[in-house]
Design a protein around this ligand. Structure first.
Ligand code: MIC
Length: 305
């Protein structure tokens, strides 16, 4: 069996003409556990969510390779057979760093990652004023990733993202994606698609090269469902804010309630056991018992039913 099952699975899904990958954004262990429990068969590690949760910072190129790799490694290994697509921003430096990023992501169990053509002081693709590197620098990043993948003999999927649409227009964006494809990228990612027509056009213009749709709601892109994206011909859809969006609202409301009432007033179903069960409590207890451990012989539930 391949060492990186997720990467092999993702690559096979892209080779299958009917394969379509739906990956909700996750940013920490709990959000990933919940996405897995909900039955998603792929995950997306959002860089914006990682910056927000690990550092409490905006998506402005603050996360380093180590921050991203650490988070990705934890997420990818909660369910190694479930592909994790991870944000790799600009690749974190020149070709040497991009190669290092590729190697570290591959060894960490990441199934695929995207690298973009923004400058190092990057920003979220749905903010204005983005600055880009030239096409030669961009393709050098992509080539460094492809060559690193080949040296490793890894199935890790390399996704080329361009942020050129906002400042340089559609034709320049397509030229950049074609250059990335020619440099060996497996999938294209046109960031900040601004209409359904543009989305369909990009799929057609780059066919049969697989394209990823970044479904950031209330950003530059209209709301497109998974079924619509599939119909348009996209092969992967990611929803970066799928878990951090609801978490943000729920946490804010919960904290306002606590401030007001002096008690969180949680739903009855929220017990310590319930939280820990979401996070693999029963599997861990079984693992201990299978090894001959007796620590949990008495169980962990306060009230036995
Ligand atoms: C996909 C993305 O890179 C991410 O970090 O999840 C972001 C999402 C966002 O901040 O809106 C991006 O599109 O740049």
């Amino acid at each position: 069996m391949s060492l990186n099952q997720g990467a092999t699975k993702l690559r096979r899904a892209l080779e299958d003409p009917n394969g379509f990958v739906v990956a909700p954004g996750v940013y920490d262990g709990l959000s990933a556990r919940l996405a897995l429990a909900a039955g998603f068969d792929a995950l997306y590690m959002t860089g914006a969510g990682t910056a927000a949760s690990v550092h409490g910072q905006a998506d402005l190129g603050i996360c380093t390779l180590n921050d991203m790799r650490n988070n990705a490694e934890m997420l990818a290994n909660l369910s190694p057979s479930t592909p994790l697509i991870a944000d790799a921003d600009t690749g974190y430096g020149g070709p040497i760093m991009v190669a290092r990023t590729t190697e570290q992501y591959a060894r960490s169990g990441v199934a695929g990652f995207h690298i973009e053509d923004q400058v190092q002081t990057k920003r979220c693709g749905h903010l204005s004023g983005k600055l880009l590197v030239d096409t030669t620098t961009y393709t050098t990043r992509i080539r460094a990733a492809v060559q690193a993948r080949q040296r490793l003999g890894s199935d890790i999927v390399i996704i080329a993202r361009t942020d050129a649409l906002q400042g340089q227009g559609y034709e320049e964006s397509l030229a950049r994606l074609r250059a990335a494809r020619d440099a060996g990228a497996d999938v294209g990612f046109l960031e900040g698609i601004s209409s359904r027509e543009e989305a369909k056009q990009a799929v057609q213009d780059l066919a049969p090269w697989p394209l990823l749709l970044n479904m950031v709601e209330h950003g530059s892109t209209p709301s497109i469902t998974a079924a619509e994206a599939r119909e348009m011909g996209f092969r992967i859809i990611i929803y970066p804010f799928a878990t951090i969006g609801p978490a943000l609202v729920a946490m804010r409301e919960g904290l306002e309630k606590l401030k007001r009432d002096g008690i969180p007033g949680l739903d009855k179903e929220i017990t310590p056991q319930m939280l820990f069960r979401v996070c693999g409590l029963d599997e861990s207890v079984k693992l201990d018992a299978d090894a001959g451990g007796v620590a949990f012989d008495g169980g962990v539930d306060l009230r036995k039913t």
